[in-house]
Write a protein that binds this ligand. Structure first.
Ligand code: PHE
Length: 395
């Protein structure tokens, strides 16, 4: 078992050839930077900015694994316009300011043709103006905050995503809670995280519109470990459920501490819960809770099961939503680059904007006027410390 997996990974690494991954160095002053050599004319360099380390390391690693798979497959098919694709990944350690530095470096020094990432909205928001200013197309696989593709009222010309957005995701859970006869909800959000703050607002708006009541609002910050004060305040308000639109690290601890405090109500959340680490840390404390997501590994459709098998063969684990959408983002990029008149930023962006009925693993992708994909969401329930498919919600 071990041996065959090592072989599979080695084969993949070989197929991706010069694919590199670097820890980001301290930013150099622009004047000291060596003039960038133009990429070899027979190569296309794609950049990826992700959280390869830090609090949300599973987000970056899953996405990067899947992008590598997509590149290996595309290169095997002859690449794009006769050129082979190379990947250059930079680690942002889960920090928006590092994501901005990494995006700038990939664009100005590595002369990338297209940028993939980030998955977290706060980090994509830090990168988006840089992609636009340099006319380099950027595709976020899973950033769901609506502002990622917007510059005020205008759509950012070079920024796209292949996922749904949070006004929809918030509505999905508000409706689901209402159907479950949940009337009183407490909200616990990460105030330093654009995704968490936005999703809490969208959920609240819809839930109240449907007749529900928000009985408590509490907050925390990324990196917090102790949530007992907030949970005690919430307990006093006797909610039927707690909405926690955060990332897996905090959510797992919140689940455990809620249980320790004798709070028996379900937690509800969004795609940010999706990580194998959620279950490792929660150790069953989230049983009975629900979250919305982009995909379920129980989906019997052949494209989904085929991707799961490929990913397992290469990496030895079932792909999460980050992997599915990382793979989809790369393939949407390759499709647009193949259709584009040439590989200039404006031509690729025009082809991306024209993406129609693209059959991705996460569903059919049509890019709308705001550069978003309109897709269905799934609701997953946690049972015996595992995510189980509960419902599909169409836009
Ligand atoms: N949607 C989250 C964000 O915008 C990122 C995310 C997507 C995390 C999917 C996990 C799974 O920040």
């Amino acid at each position: 078992m071990r041996f065959s997996r090592a072989v599979a990974v080695a084969t993949l690494a070989f197929a991706v050839a010069a694919c590199t991954e670097e820890k980001k160095e301290a930013p150099k002053p622009a004047a000291a930077a060596a003039p960038a050599p133009a990429p070899a004319p027979d190569k296309i360099i794609i950049g990826h900015v992700g959280s390869m380390t830090g609090e949300q390391a599973t987000f970056g690693v899953s996405t990067d694994n899947a992008i590598k798979l997509a590149i290996a497959e595309q290169n095997k098919k002859g690449g794009i316009k006769g050129k082979q694709i190379e990947l250059k990944t930079l680690d942002d350690q889960g920090k928006p300011e590092e994501a901005a530095v990494a995006a700038t470096r990939l664009i100005t020094q590595d002369k990338i043709t297209l940028l993939l990432g980030e998955v977290a909205s706060s980090r994509s928001l830090a990168m988006a103006p840089i992609a636009d200013a340099n006319k380099v197309p950027m595709i976020s696989p899973t950033s769901t905050n609506p502002r990622v593709t917007k510059d005020g009222a205008n759509t950012r010309p070079f920024v796209f995503r292949v996922c749904f957005i949070d006004p929809f995701q918030g509505t999905v859970m508000a409706k689901f809670a209402t159907e479950k006869k949940i009337k009183n909800v407490a909200i616990l959000k990460d105030v330093g995280n654009d995704y968490s703050v936005g999703l809490a607002d969208f959920f609240q708006k819809k839930f109240v519109e449907l007749g529900g009541k928000i009985v408590a609002e509490q907050s925390y910050k990324d990196g917090d470990q102790d949530f007992k004060a907030q949970l005690t305040a919430i307990k006093g308000k006797k909610p039927d459920a707690i909405y926690v639109p955060g990332y897996y690290g905090a959510v797992a601890l919140i689940g455990r501490q809620a249980k320790e405090l004798g709070l028996k109500v379900p937690l509800m959340g969004g795609d940010g819960w999706d990580s194998a680490k959620l279950f490792e840390v929660a150790k069953g404390a989230l049983d009975g809770s629900y979250f919305s997501n982009h995909y379920t590994d129980e989906d019997p459709s052949p494209v989904v099961q085929e991707f799961i098998a490929k990913y397992k063969a290469a990496y030895g684990s079932v792909p999460d939503a980050l992997a599915v959408l990382g793979y989809d983002a790369a393939n949407v990029a390759f499709d647009a680059m193949s259709r584009a008149k040439d590989l200039s930023g404006p031509e690729i962006a025009a082809a991306l904007a024209a993406t129609k009925d693209f059959k991705a693993v996460s569903g059919v992708i049509n890019i709308d006027a705001d550069h978003n994909a309109v897709k269905s969401a799934v609701v997953l329930g946690i049972e015996k410390n595992k995510a189980k498919y509960a419902a599909t919600v169409n836009p």
